[in-house]
Design a protein around this ligand. Structure first.
Ligand code: SAM
Length: 245
């Protein structure tokens, strides 16, 4: 297998496959540790015409850390409807664009979908630059079965839809990966005990790749008891064993 299998790899400045249009790169960036970025991601980030970033200040820090500097424009949940047509015009004018978010892989509980929907009908080449995602990092250290798994992202905040999603997990036989914010963790752990029972296997992965990285393994009940004794801080990914695991 060739290590330079992608057409873009042969050009220092990314070449488009369709005459005169640019390439949209979907670039994964670190979920904490700034070293978790691929050589290819750095090369693309250093050579595109524009980087579309969820938070331009945050991305500038990443670029500076790696000695890079490119023009940044903002693209996030609250401006995507206005920005997607602008980014599409740039691509149609032959500019290459890298889409990044604050952490991990764009589109995974992060903005990207709207832009892709806007760009795909115009036959713009879209190239993935894969890398970290918290869901995969947590899953791979969880010790729970990995052959089949479901990514649930964030559960809905509103109680009716949240209960529905939790109810659907009762019979789920696959391992489930969830994102949650620290101030809602205790509520979620209580809900998991209530819906899935106290014995369901559970892993809480906190601050992965960062200084206070922690992987707490146990059951719904033991991890509720653990986190009730302390103030929960940092970024959290939960991995829940399937109903027969
Ligand atoms: N696109 C990102 C990805 O690929 O993982 C996810 C973005 S989502 C807005 C942010 C959530 O991901 C956090 O609230 C947390 O649940 C999870 N997350 C991000 N970084 C993490 C980390 N270092 N450790 C554990 N979970 C993390």
């Amino acid at each position: 297998m060739s290590s330079t299998a992608h057409p873009e790899d042969h050009h220092p400045i990314p070449a488009s496959t369709t005459a005169d249009v640019g390439v949209l790169y979907i670039v994964a960036t670190p979920i904490g540790n700034l070293e978790d970025i691929t050589l290819r991601a750095l090369r693309i980030l250093g050579s595109v015409d524009v980087i579309a970033a969820e938070d331009t200040r945050h991305t500038r820090q990443l670029l500076t850390h790696h000695g890079l500097s490119r023009p940044l424009v903002s693209y996030h949940d609250h401006n995507e409807m206005g920005q997607a047509p602008r980014l599409l015009s740039m691509l149609q004018a032959g500019k290459s664009i890298a889409l990044v978010t604050d952490a991990g892989t764009p589109g995974i509980a992060d903005p990207a979908y709207y832009l892709l929907q806007a760009v795909i009908p115009h036959a713009i080449p879209i190239v993935p630059i894969p890398g970290p995602t918290a869901a995969m990092a947590a899953l791979t250290v969880s010790g729970l079965p990995m052959e089949r798994f479901v990514f649930e992202g964030f559960l809905p905040v509103k109680s009716g839809r949240r209960r529905q999603r939790l109810a659907a997990l009762v019979e789920e036989t696959r391992t489930v990966v969830l994102y949650e914010s620290p101030h809602r963790l205790l509520r979620l752990l209580q809900e998991l005990v209530e819906h899935l029972g106290p014995e369901r296997r559970l892993v809480v992965a906190r601050e992965l790749t960062k200084r206070f990285e922690e992987v707490a393994r146990g059951t719904t009940a033991t991890l509720l008891a653990l986190f009730q004794t302390r103030t929960v801080r940092g970024e959290l990914t939960l991995v829940i064993g399937g109903s027969q695991s």
